[in-house]
Structures are given as C-alpha cells and as structure tokens.
Write a protein that binds this ligand. Structure first.
Ligand code: HEM
Length: 452
C-alpha cells in the first residue's frame, strides 16, 4: 500500500518491552457501545480475506512474495470452498443438484451425550470439515461459522418455496447460486454498513462508498494529502496489502475479552484452557466437538430486538487481555506456543518490513501522534502499535483513528469495488431484504434470521 516508505526493522529490545507493556492484567475496560459479537465477526472477516501459511517470523520476508492462498475477497469461500463439485464434503449429500445445502454437524449423535446437537460438521477425530481451519479456533467463531451455514440453508429453502420472488437475478434455475449471491451480498453489506460503520472514524464509510461506486476506487483525499498521495485501489489483480493484514486490521486483538458469558448457565467462560477433557465447558478452546453447555445465546453477543443489552467487547487501546499474553499450542504458530500475541504481531510486522506508524501518517497527510502520546522514548512506532495508540487517544477507545481507519476502510472498500461479483460492483443500488428491516441489515439481523 505504501511501497515508497522505508521498512522499519523494530529493535528486538523494543519488541520485547512493548509486548510486555501491552499486557492487560485486569478485567479490561469495556467498549462503550460495541457488542462482543463484533470481535468475532471481525475475526471471521479476517479469515475470509487472509490466509498466509508461509511467511517466516524469524527471517525478513518480502511481502510481494507472500501470497494470499485463497481469494482476497469478501466471498465467504470458507463456507463454500470452491463449490459443490470440487469440495462435495462441505455439502449435505441429500440436497437436489443445483440447490445444494451446506453440511451441518450433529455432535451429540456423532460423539455422544453432552455434545451439542448442532455443530460444525466434523470427522471422526472431531476436526471441523470447513473451508478454513481457523474458523474452529474457538467456540465463538465456530458458532458464527455455523450461523452462516444455517443462513445459506435457510435462503436455499426459501428460494425452493418461491420466497424472495422479486430478488432473483436472471438465473432462475440455479437456486444454489442465487442463495450464495444473496448470502454474500448481505454479509458484504453488514461488513460495510454495520461493522466498519461502527469502528471507522465518523463519516469515513460514507466518504469511501460513494466514490468507490462511481470509479471503482476510494476517493482522493482533499487538501494537502491530495497533492501527495493517490488513495489505495487495485490497478490489476486484487492482493492483500501487508499494512492491512500484518498491521492495521490486527486492531481486533484488543477487542478480545479474557472471558465470556455464552448463555444463561455458562457465564464466565475463559478464552483458553490449561488442558482438560473435550466436554469441559469452562473454556472456549476450539478444534473439538462443541460441548452442549457452550451452545451460544446470540442475545449475549449482539443486540436482539427487545432483548437485554449484550456484553460489550473490550475497548480499543494499547493493551491485550491477559490470556493473549501466553498463546496455547494450536493457536500460536508452530514452534511459538507460550508467546504473547503482541510479541507475534510486532515481530511479524518487523519481519514483513512494515513502515512505521509515523511514516504512514505523514504519507496520508495527517499529523503524526507526538512522542508524549506514544511513550517510546522518541523511537518510531511499529504500525500496529501506532494504530492502537490512535484508537485509544483520537478514537477514545471506540473507533480507529486516521491511519487505522484509512488502511482498514480503503482496503476493504477497494476489495469490494474490484470484485465483479460484489454488490458494490455488480448492483450498486442493491439493498438488503432478509430480516425484519428491509433496506437495512446488521449482524444481529443475520444471526437471528439464520436461527429461523
Ligand atoms: C480469540 C481471538 C483471537 C486470537 C486468539 C487470535 C490469534 C491470532 C494469531 C495467533 C495470529 C497469527 C500471529 C502471527 O504469527 O503473526 C493472528 C493473526 C491475525 N489476526 Fe487474530 N486472533 C484473534 C482475533 C482476531 C480479531 C478479532 C481480528 C480482527 C478483527 C484478528 C485479526 C488478525 C489478522 C488480520 C491477522 C493476520 C492475518 C491472519 O493470519 O489471519 N484476530 N491472530
């Protein structure tokens, strides 16, 4: 995104000091208005966009050589894989061709009493059969993935029953494809008008969407920045900008709480376990059949109509909740168990040659944060840390600041504008219609609709 800027190789000592400084050993301050479900929706979006199994933490990497192994698009390929013909194991065997349903698991029947009746589909060893293994990393994102499987299936059934008659494109015989388009477009809408709208600086989404529609790229910034910088857009094939994947979009790590209320009985469930049996409902460890006691009550993660307020996410600041200071094996990259997530993010940013936060701020034409705010003894700030410092100060713990907002917003909008199959590219005036509020749709509407 900023190839003209110098890479900032962060001194190891600064990485170590900063990683320690970023540990939050308390319960963590809460976000004033963001329900906890958006944290995991953000992680779900990350998994949809990015998959990098090859870059090395230990060596300098050339970002140009690290490819996203799947499409860097908001296309839900982790649900659909490359389709029912290529990946039939993701689909229910009994649906008629052309109207394929996604496979849903029943862990109670498969693994016995105590496991959830509705779960991700799993093999005999309990491993999820889904398009991205990371969506089984914890019990919340796994159940969000499950909600999207159910959303697709509900839309297929309604199309078979002649629902949504006015919403068909011209492929009347292809129920599966229509359902896939409808699900993808609602999801993309929620990303832009619910998720980004809540987290980007006020007015930024509106400022990016209209010109992205007209020109296929986000707007030129006004004033000083206009002379300096062409805003981000893809001239050729879309790719995953390293400033997004390794820097700004990792802002979500600070939203993670140390523990969660999952339902009325499981009210203080820890993020990770220290081992334990597969039915232990005291933690959210993934990669196992879902214990029935961890079946999610979505009303605790999003604001359902008429329901009580959901638990909030952690606030956006320069701290990460305590469980993230020692990642268990299976969550940390191979060989890095016990590391803190802050250390991994800072080390990865340095090895990928990210520019400093101040350099990006200047390239965007904004005034960089001062040394007193950053408290780094005048050293340049690693980009990820800088984005969090901005969110903590300028965004008051609730929204990203100018650098984080520009990187996150411009990249996601540019990806949608460049994707010929996205609603923003293919049918700009389109508005959502699933759920009780035609023309509007949020995460709460989608999970409620999926649950039927
Ligand atoms: C329980 C919650 C989460 C855990 C345990 C977790 C853990 C991790 C780990 C271990 C990595 C790899 C670090 C490295 O070696 O470089 C990673 C990468 C990443 N995370 Fe998270 N994460 C969580 C939630 C989130 C959220 C909420 C977001 C954004 C909203 C996010 C965005 C990213 C991004 C963009 C990357 C880099 C690309 C990728 O590998 O996916 N993560 N995360």
């Amino acid at each position: 995104m900023f190839p003209e800027l110098d890479p900032y190789r962060v001194p190891e000592r600064l990485v170590d000091d900063l990683a320690r400084r970023m540990e939050d050993n308390g319960a963590g301050p809460h976000h004033a208005s963001l329900p906890a479900g958006y944290t995991y929706f953000g992680q779900f979006v990350d998994h949809d966009l990015s998959f990098d199994p090859v870059s090395s933490l230990r060596l300098p990497n050339d970002p140009g050589q690290v490819e996203d192994f799947r499409t860097p698009r908001l296309d839900l390929d982790m649900l659909y894989g490359s389709g029912p013909r290529d990946m039939p194991y993701l689909y229910a065997p009994d649906a008629p061709p052309g109207g394929e349903l996604l496979l849903i698991g029943d862990s109670r029947t498969q693994f016995g009493e105590g496991f959830a009746a509705e779960d991700l589909p799993r093999n005999a060893a309990g491993r999820a059969l889904i398009g991205d293994p990371r969506n089984d990393e914890n019990a919340i994102i796994a159940q969000l993935h499950l909600a999207f499987l159910k959303l697709h299936n509900r839309v297929v059934r309604e199309l078979w029953d002649s629902g949504h008659a006015g919403q068909w494109s011209d492929r009347r015989s292809e129920v599966f494809r229509e359902a896939q388009r409808i699900v993808r477009w609602h999801y993309q809408w929620v990303v832009v008008w619910d998720f980004l709208h809540r987290l980007l600086p006020d007015g930024l989404v509106e400022g990016l969407v209209t010109p992205a529609l007209a020109t296929g790229r986000p707007p030129r910034p006004a004033g000083r920045a206009r002379r300096r910088r062409r805003p981000f857009g893809f001239d050729g094939e879309p790719f995953m900008p390293v400033e997004f994947a390794v820097g700004a979009y990792r802002f979500g790590h600070t939203l993670v709480r140390p523990s969660y209320q999952i339902n009325a009985r499981a009210t203080n469930v820890q993020l990770f376990s220290a081992g334990g049996d597969r039915l232990d409902a005291g933690h959210l460890d993934g990669f196992r059949p879902l214990p029935g006691r961890l079946a999610i009550d979505w009303g605790r993660f999003v604001q359902l109509p008429g329901g009580p307020p959901p638990q909030p996410a952690r606030r956006l600041d320069t701290k990460l909740s305590q469980p993230l200071s020692r990642l268990p094996a299976g969550v940390a990259p191979p060989g890095e168990a016990g590391r803190s997530l802050a250390w991994l993010n800072l080390t990865r940013g340095s090895s990928m040659g990210l520019p400093s936060g101040q350099a990006v701020a200047e390239a965007l034409g904004t005034t960089p944060l001062d040394d007193d705010t950053l408290r780094l003894a005048r050293a340049p700030a690693p980009l990820w840390f800088y984005v969090l410092s901005e969110a903590e100060t300028i965004g008051r713990g609730e929204r990203l600041g100018p650098v984080g907002g520009a990187i996150v917003g411009e990249v996601i909008l540019a990806m949608l504008a460049a994707d010929p199959a996205s609603f923003l590219h293919a049918d700009p005036p389109w508005t959502p219609f699933l759920g009780p509020r035609p023309g509007r749709c949020g995460l709460a509407d989608l999970v409620a609709y999926a649950a039927g």
